[in-house]
Write a protein that binds this ligand. Structure first.
Ligand code: ACO
Ligand code: KIV
Length: 516
């Protein structure tokens, strides 16, 4: 069997990732992702499925035209027309691979392909031979290998290696396998396939049971030397093995898996953000490596440990994966060590033991009432002026929006500005835009709106809508949140919430305080 000290990272964000409902990517978006993956250092990127549509054909071709360092690949069924389309789309690539596949499990062969196993072997061999006419680098995948007969896998792999496949992929297509079982399958098939040393064995695991990464690593320990994965674990159904988790597991546990990858890990977070913004799939805060909380500590005991010696609670450094720093979040679980450290960072003298102790008691009381403790809250707290917490410069007193088909909506807004009633009105491209413009006529904040997001808190047309507005001014970013059954009112509240925070005394912005 062919074993090396390198693990080939095969990214399929633009193919299997794109099969995630709602994650469709345009040609230009794929070009942006392709360039980012090249910077990240992936060995192979699967840019699409050329036969799927004219748009995907053009996307594969466009990625193949711009990416020079990584191999660009297209998927193709075991059909001549698929392979011809893949070959044509990949024609401009500096390095190219055709990836052809056919299912090998009894259930897929019988019900989906309606083919006998002998026919499947024959068609796989023909496909690999056809692909080799266009390119030297051909990968063969046995779809649903995780539920296939190992003897049949050995037979088909032997045949496609003889036909010229250089990479043999063993997918757990439906995410059914358990790690020890999948590792054993890969080890067994590699050991019993004739001429396995002429191919690199690869795995492609799905996350239906949340085991895609564990299964991939189990296979690597048994000799697999290519892992197929995606940024943020994007992919069909519950997704694929996530690239960032595979790569960082290899790095952090080098003691158990002494393999190298070409990945520049500092590019992981930028790649994650790009994929998230293009697909509109938010990264959950607790997602390993790339979630906003992956390097954040709120618990006092942890914060104390990290302040004394970072490795007490961190197995890797935030900076190594592309964050600017780890993050201490002050909240009700925080202790004196983190509280004192933040005061010192803010240049605030904590005072003698009594003053500091009193401030800490006030901090805990505030944290019980408030989710987010801002630096401004700490200043207010230490100066004894806690009223700053609730002080709002602008309060909504009335809102009237008129909207008629064919005309621009108009918003009339009344605000209480530090005790004085002020009215204004404005037209906008939509009712929310009109409201924001009317508020800005009064506030004149000079803020730039960076995000507008609406979530339904409950289901049904009468549900509460929760709006988030992110504003930026002179590099300072604040988030405002507002909820109401009327989405326009919720938007006004969110905008004013953000504005009121922006108007508070400005202090140092903590790195990544606004999350991903
Ligand atoms: C596990 C995976 O992720 S596999 C990749 C899945 N990705 C996709 O399917 C996305 C792109 N797919 C598509 O755009 C379309 O399905 C196409 C263009 C490939 C095919 O479209 P259609 O010709 O309309 O076929 P349709 O999708 O309805 O059915 C698939 C056909 O391919 C056959 N087929 C499926 N896999 C393979 C294969 N690996 N090799 C050969 N034939 C196959 C099926 O048996 C079925 O054949 P039938 O029409 O004779 O019953
Ligand atoms: C085409 C193959 C590799 C696949 O996507 C799967 O089996 O999940």
């Amino acid at each position: 069997m062919m074993t090396t000290n390198n693990l080939v990272i095969f990214d399929t964000t633009m193919r299997d990732g794109e099969q995630s409902p709602g994650a469709s990517m345009s040609r230009d978006e794929k070009v942006r992702i392709g360039k980012t993956l090249e910077r990240l250092g992936v060995d192979v990127m699967e840019a699409g499925f050329a036969i799927a549509s004219k748009g995907d054909f053009e996307a594969v071709r466009a990625v193949a035209s711009v990416v020079k360092e990584s191999t660009v690949c297209s998927l193709a069924r075991a059909h001549d027309k698929d392979i011809e389309a893949a070959a044509e789309a990949l024609e401009p690539a500096a390095r190219k691979r055709i990836h052809t596949f056919i299912a090998t499990s009894p259930i897929h062969m019988k019900y989906k392909l309606k083919m006998e196993p002998d026919q499947v072997v024959e068609q796989a061999v023909a496909a690999v031979k056809k692909a080799r006419q266009y390119c030297d680098d051909v990968e063969f995948s046995a779809e649903d290998a995780g539920r296939s007969d190992p003897d049949f896998l050995c037979r088909i792999f032997e045949a496609v290696i003889a036909a010229g496949a250089g990479t043999i992929n063993i997918p757990d297509t439906v995410g059914y396998a358990l790690p020890h079982e999948f590792g054993a399958l890969v080890g067994d098939v590699m050991a019993r396939t004739a001429n396995s040393d002429r191919a690199i064995f690869s795995v492609h695991c799905h996350n239906d049971l949340g085991l895609a990464v564990a299964n991939s690593l189990a296979a690597v320990q048994q000799g697999a030397r290519q892992v197929e994965c995606t940024i943020n674990g994007l992919g069909e159904r519950a997704g694929n093995a996530s690239l960032e988790e595979i790569v960082m597991a290899m790095r952090v546990r080098k003691d158990l898996m002494a393999l190298d990858t070409r990945i520049d890990t500092t590019q992981i977070v930028p790649a994650s953000r790009l994929v998230s913004s293009i697909t509109g799939f938010a990264v959950q805060p607790n997602k390993a490596i790339v979630g906003a909380n992956a390097f954040a500590h709120e618990a006092g005991i942890h914060q104390d440990g990290v302040l004394k010696h970072r490795e007490t609670y961190e197995i890797m450094a935030a900076e190594d994966v592309g964050w600017s720093a780890n993050r201490m979040v002050l909240g009700k679980h925080s202790g004196r060590a983190a509280f004192k450290s933040r005061l010192e960072e803010l240049g605030i003298e904590p005072g003698d033991d009594n003053d500091f102790g009193d401030a800490f008691v006030r901090f805990k009381a505030l944290a019980d009432k408030k989710h987010d403790i801002f630096d401004e809250d700490l200043v207010a707290l230490v100066s004894g002026n806690e009223s700053m917490d609730g002080a709002a410069m602008f309060t909504l007193t009335n809102l009237n929006v008129t909207s008629q088909l064919g005309t621009n909506p108009n918003a009339a807004v009344s605000l209480d500005v530090q005790g004085e009633g002020v009215d204004s009105s404005a037209q906008g491209d939509g009712p929310v835009d009109a409201v924001f413009k009317a508020i800005e006529k009064i506030a004149q904040s000079g803020c730039e709106q960076k995000l507008y997001n609406v979530n339904a808190i409950t289901s049904g047309t009468e549900s509460q809508g929760e709006v988030t507005v992110r504003l930026e001014r002179a590099g300072r970013i604040v988030n405002g949140v507002g909820a109401d059954t009327d989405i326009v009112v919720a938007s006004a509240k969110a905008y004013l919430h953000a504005l009121n925070q922006m108007m508070r005394p400005q202090l140092r912005q903590h790195p990544q305080a606004s999350g991903v």
